[in-house]
Design a protein around this ligand. Structure first.
Ligand SMILES: Cc1cc2nc3c(=O)[nH]c(=O)nc-3n(C[C@H](O)[C@H](O)[C@H](O)COP(=O)(O)OP(=O)(O)OC[C@H]3O[C@@H](n4cnc5c(N)ncnc54)[C@H](O)[C@@H]3O)c2cc1C
Length: 423
C-alpha cells in the first residue's frame, strides 16, 4: 500500500490525487496546492514524454477556431479524397467512430464557432498570463518567446480560403497583421520560399521546450511540498471515503480525484462508468539541424505545406497534421515524410536529429475540453480533452479546477467546459 493520505479533518481541505503529469495535470496540481489542498500528482512516467513533450510549443491565441468549424464542410471532401498531408485517416477507424464523427460535424457552423471561440479564447488568454507568471517563478522566463507566430500562404487561393478564420479571430480580438511577401521577408529573412501572404499573430507566444516547461512547473509544485509519484494506475474504485487507486503492486486512496490523463483518460473513466466521447487526432514530429544563417525567430505554420516548424532547444521541430487512427495503432509517419520536402523548400533543414515521435490529441465532439466535477460521480473531477491546444490552455484549466473545487468565483466561465454536457 502506498502511503495513505490522512483522512480529512475539520479545517483541512481534502486530499486530492491528480492523475497525469502532463501540462494539464501539473497545472491542476499546482493550483490545487495553492488553494491549500493536499495534493499527490501521479504519472506512470518520470520524464515528460507524451503529448506535453512533443507539441509545437505555440501558445496560440489564434488556434481557438476548432477544426470542425463552418469552413470544414467546404474542405472536407477534398481533404478526404485528396492527397493533402494535412489529414490522413484509416477508413475502419472512421466507420467505427461514425457516431463521434456525426457529432463532431454538427458543431461545424458559425453560431457554434462563435460560442467555442469565446470559451477557448478566455482559457488561452488566462493561460498565457499564468505561463508568464509561473515561468518567472520557476526562473525559466527565457523559455518564453513573445514573438507571436506566422501563418504562411503560398497562393492567393489558400490565403483567400482563410478569410473566414481571419474574420472570426478578428471579432475575438486576436491581434493579427497581414504581411506582404516583402514584409514577411524582412520579419523572417531565413525563409527561402516565396509566400503570397502571411498572417502574423502578434499576441501569440511560444516556448523552446514544452517538456522542460512542464517539468519546471512540476518542480514548483514539489518545492512547495507537493508529492509526485511514478505510478502506473491500472484501476480505480469509488468508496464511501473517496477513491481507491490500484497499480500492479499497491493501492492508494484519496478523497477527491482529478483525471488529467489526456488521451488515456477513458482507460480509467470506464471503470467509473464515466467514459467521454473521445477520438484521437494523432500527430508526429521530428527534429532537424539547420544550416540557416538567419534562424527562425518564431514558429511558422505553412498552410499549403501542411506543417508547423518551431525553433526548439533540440533543433527545428517539424510537426505534422492530423492522422485519424486507433490511439494505439503502430506509428506510420508517412505524413511526416510527405511534409519534409515542403519544409526544406521553405527553410534550409539539415539532417534529422532523432526518430519520428508520435503523439495523440484527445478530442471531444465539440472540440472543447472537459473541465469540472462529474455529476454522477461526486468527487471525480475531469481535466482532459484539450486536442490541439492543451499547451495553450493547461494553466487556466488547472486554475479553473482549483477555483471550482474550492467553491470560489472563477476567472473563466466554466459552463462551456462542463463534463456533464455529454450525459
Ligand atoms: C503534434 C502535436 C502538436 C501540438 N502542438 C501544440 C501547440 O503548438 N500548442 C498547444 O497548445 N498544443 C499543442 N498540441 C496539443 C498539446 O500537446 C496537448 O493538448 C497537451 O499536451 C495535453 O496535455 P495533457 O496533460 O492533457 O496530456 P499528456 O501530456 O498526454 O499527459 C497525460 C499523462 O498521463 C500519463 N498517463 C497515461 N496513462 C497513465 C496511467 N494509467 N497511470 C499514470 N499515468 C498515466 C502519461 O504518461 C502522460 O504523462 C499538440 C499536440 C500534438 C500531438
Amino acid at each position: 500500500m502506498l502511503q495513505d493520505q490522512a483522512p480529512n479533518s475539520a479545517g483541512h481541505k481534502p486530499s486530492v490525487c491528480v492523475l497525469g503529469a502532463g501540462i494539464v495535470g501539473v497545472s491542476c496540481a499546482l493550483e490545487l496546492q495553492r488553494q491549500g489542498y493536499r495534493v499527490t500528482l501521479l504519472d506512470r512516467s518520470e520524464a515528460v514524454i507524451e503529448t506535453s513533450y512533443g507539441n509545437a510549443g505555440v501558445l496560440a491565441t489564434s488556434s481557438v477556431l476548432p477544426m470542425n468549424n463552418a469552413r470544414l464542410w467546404k474542405s472536407l471532401l477534398p481533404m478526404l479524397t485528396g492527397k493533402s498531408p494535412s489529414l490522413r485517416y484509416q477508413t475502419g477507424y472512421l466507420l467505427r467512430n461514425c457516431g463521434w464523427m456525426v457529432r463532431f460535424m454538427t458543431h461545424a457552423n458559425e453560431a457554434s464557432d462563435s460560442y467555442r471561440i469565446t470559451a477557448l479564447s478566455a482559457l488561452v488568454r488566462k493561460s498565457i498570463e499564468l505561463h508568464q507568471q509561473w515561468l518567472t517563478q520557476a526562473d525559466s522566463q527565457q523559455r518564453l518567446r513573445a514573438t507571436g507566430w506566422l501563418k504562411l500562404y503560398r497562393t492567393p487561393e489558400s490565403f483567400n480560403a482563410a478569410a473566414y478564420e481571419r474574420r472570426m479571430l478578428q471579432d475575438a480580438g486576436v491581434d493579427m497583421q497581414i504581411l506582404s511577401t516583402e514584409e514577411l521577408q524582412q520579419l523572417e529573412p531565413g525563409l527561402q520560399q516565396t509566400y503570397h501572404r502571411a498572417t502574423w499573430v502578434r499576441d501569440a507566444a511560444s516556448v523552446d521546450n514544452p517538456a522542460q516547461v512542464t517539468l519546471a512547473y512540476r518542480q514548483l509544485f514539489i518545492a512547495a511540498g507537493g508529492q509526485f509519484r511514478v505510478a502506473d494506475i491500472r484501476n480505480v474504485r469509488q468508496t464511501s471515503q473517496g477513491f481507491e487507486l490500484a497499480t500492479a503492486s499497491t493501492e492508494l486512496s484519496c478523497e477527491k480525484l482529478v483525471v488529467a490523463l489526456g488521451p488515456w483518460s477513458n482507460d480509467l473513466l470506464s471503470a467509473l462508468n464515466c467514459k467521454l466521447p473521445m477520438a484521437y487526432e494523432r500527430g508526429y514530429h521530428q527534429h532537424f539541424s539547420s544550416t540557416a544563417e538567419q534562424p527562425l525567430s518564431r514558429p511558422v505554420h505553412d498552410v499549403d505545406g501542411s506543417y508547423v516548424l518551431t525553433p526548439m532547444e533540440q533543433g527545428y521541430r517539424l510537426t505534422s497534421g492530423v492522422e485519424l487512427k486507433e490511439r494505439d495503432a503502430p506509428a506510420s509517419p508517412v505524413q511526416l515524410e510527405a511534409i519534409i520536402p515542403s519544409a526544406r523548400q521553405a527553410f534550409p533543414l539539415g539532417q534529422p536529429l532523432d526518430q519520428p515521435w508520435l503523439g495523440r490529441r484527445p478530442t471531444l465532439p465539440d472540440a472543447l475540453p472537459a473541465i469540472g466535477e462529474v455529476k454522477e460521480c461526486p468527487g471525480l473531477w475531469l481535466a482532459t480533452g484539450h486536442h490541439h491546444i492543451g499547451f495553450s490552455t493547461g494553466p487556466a484549466t488547472g486554475q479553473l479546477v482549483a477555483q471550482l473545487m474550492s467553491g470560489q468565483d472563477t476567472d473563466i466561465a466554466p459552463q462551456a467546459f462542463s463534463p456533464n454536457r455529454f450525459s
